[in-house]
Design a protein around this ligand. Structure first.
Ligand code: KIV
Ligand code: NA
Length: 269
């Protein structure tokens, strides 16, 4: 593939080779994953991952635009999707369109992602009819942490039917895909079989049409936070701290900088 897929191309991957995606917040991270991912999400997880916020609730449109522009500069082959932050779309379809259009216009993102199932179906239809492709996000929706009452697994037992209804609603409303976060694998499999659009799982088992992870989590950039659904493919946080400790020791011993890092008074020939 030479150019980035469009939302319809992602939709067409339903039932085929699994869709690969990660979050990114900066240009170098985007460059690292551009060759390997079908789409890259500028998640509102940026607030927790890069800014030290306690939840995603404090993330603003301005933060999303700043990071969205940085990620866009690093992508050529992967599609860019951006989260609409808390408080920027829930009030009305018109509010959602205004802010979704601004995110797309100012970052070049091909699509937006918003959290919510049946109660967001009207908004999804409104956006799609006006040129905004929508990725939905159901199950554990971190922007609703204060009403969900914690980061628990969603859709267990009797709650399964409600989640299935949410999945059907966003699919019928015109979303081109849906993120399933932290739901039992059996339910994710059922949803994947029953709806027309690709399911993108995070803590939803291997049966989804695609997978997403927070890149800092899978690279092990955090040392103190690892949800069960994250696999660490590297330990960059621990490696980075060890490197910094070596630097500090060498500076204190005057071992760094060495002659090869140092300029002489003579210009090179
Ligand atoms: O903000 C985010 O990183 C997300 C993904 C985990 C799906 O919404
Ligand atoms: Na998010």
């Amino acid at each position: 593939r030479k150019t980035a897929p469009l939302p319809d191309d992602i939709r067409a991957m339903k039932g085929g080779s699994p869709i690969v995606s990660l979050t990114a917040y900066t240009t170098p991270m985007a460059r690292m994953m551009d060759e390997h991912c079908d789409f890259v999400l500028v998640g509102d997880s940026v607030g927790m991952v890069l800014h030290g916020l306690p939840s995603t609730l404090g993330v603003t449109m301005e933060m999303m635009i700043l990071h969205g522009r940085a990620v866009a500069r690093g992508l050529q082959k992967a599609m860019l999707v951006i989260d609409i932050p808390f408080g920027s779309y829930e009030e009305s379809p018109a509010q959602a369109f205004r802010n979704a259009a601004r995110l797309m216009r100012e970052t070049g993102a091909a699509a937006v992602k918003l959290e919510g199932g049946r109660h967001m179906a009207e908004t999804i239809g409104f956006l799609v009819a006006r040129g905004v492709p929508v990725m939905a996000h159901i199950g554990l929706t971190p922007q609703s942490i204060n009403t969900l009452g914690g980061y628990r697994v969603q859709g267990r037992g009797a709650a399964a039917e409600a989640l299935l209804a949410d999945a059907r609603a966003v699919s019928d409303a015109g979303a081109f895909s849906v993120v399933l976060e932290k739901v039992p694998a059996t339910l994710a499999d059922r949803i994947t079989a029953e709806i027309a659009i690709p399911t993108i799982g995070i803590g939803a088992g291997a049966g989804c049409d695609g997978q997403i992870l927070v890149v800092d989590d899978m690279l092990g950039l955090f040392t103190d936070f690892k949800p069960k659904f994250v696999k660490r493919y590297a330990t960059l946080g621990a490696d980075g701290e060890a490197a910094i400790a070596s630097y500090a020791a060498e500076v204190r011993a005057r071992d760094f900088p060495a002659p090869e890092h140092t300029f002489s008074d003579k210009a090179p020939e």
